[in-house]
Write a protein that binds this ligand. Structure first.
Ligand code: PGA
Length: 252
């Protein structure tokens, strides 16, 4: 039985004060961690304060990105080793905004996945799908190829802990969420790819999330689907009440 995983992705939003207040407001409002895992991915600049202020709260603090080298002459980059030392346990890798605005290729994403694993953290690998690709019906090969390339060289032992998110960029920040059938279809495809790359057992073990205009109003249906193990929410994770509602939906 896979444990639901509800993640917020704040992107480059909020202030340090907002972030700390938000984390404190979650206190005693999150679901039982035995039933659901809840994470927030935030700017690297906020992570340490968030970790310090979350206290006993069962909140996972995640980074939104990191570099693929642990240290060295890479001015301005975020070291995965430093994230891990700080207490960060999860890192989003390959978000469509990183692919689009920062030219992240599958090869870079694959190196980042290895860097996260090498530093004993869990990658949340995002797979994009554009409306153009969906309309031209080439979605299947692109989603499959992002999973395959992103996980190249990753062992079965590591693969079973990885979280993969199906995030069609036409649904991100647009208010145009994929239909629940489309969301499940994308997640199913990712699971099938994991079965082909690894084994049925690993495919059954990994968690696959849907992301793209998820809110506390549309998530219940999405979360009810067999192949969707959680959500990655951007806009709706910026409001503490909506985020608490979202986090608690998965236990219904
Ligand atoms: P959105 O973003 O919920 O604002 O569409 C999701 C994401 O980018 O992960």
């Amino acid at each position: 039985m896979r444990k639901p995983f509800i993640a917020g992705n704040w992107k480059m939003n909020l202030s340090l004060n907002d972030a700390v207040t938000f984390v404190k407001e979650l206190n005693n409002n999150l679901p039982d961690p035995k039933k659901t895992q809840v994470a927030i991915a935030a700017s690297a600049l906020f992570l340490e304060s968030m970790i310090q202020n979350k206290g006993e709260e069962p909140l996972i603090i995640a980074a939104e990105n990191c570099y693929f080298e642990d240290e060295g002459a890479f001015t301005g980059e975020i070291s995965p080793k430093a994230l891990s030392e700080m207490g960060v346990t999860h890192v989003i890798i390959g978000h469509s905004e990183r692919r689009k605005y920062f030219n992240e290729t599958d090869d870079i994403i694959n190196k980042k996945i290895h860097a996260v694993l090498r530093n004993h953290m869990i990658p949340i690998l995002c797979c994009d799908e554009t409306m153009g690709r969906r309309e031209s019906d080439s979605k299947i090969s692109w989603v499959v190829s992002q999973v395959t390339a992103g996980l190249k060289g990753v062992s079965s032992d590591d693969a079973k802990n990885i979280i993969v998110a199906y995030e069609p960029s036409w649904a991100i920040g647009t208010g145009q969420t994929a239909s629940t059938d489309e969301a499940e279809e994308g997640c199913y495809l990712i699971r099938q790819t994991m079965a082909d790359l690894y084994s049925d057992d690993i495919a059954n073990e990994i968690r696959v999330l849907y992301g793209g205009s998820v809110t506390d109003e549309n998530a219940e249906d999405i979360l009810s689907r067999k192949d969707i193990d959680g959500v990655l929410a951007g806009g709706s994770s910026l409001n503490v009440e909506s985020f608490i509602n979202l986090a608690n939906l998965s236990t219904k």
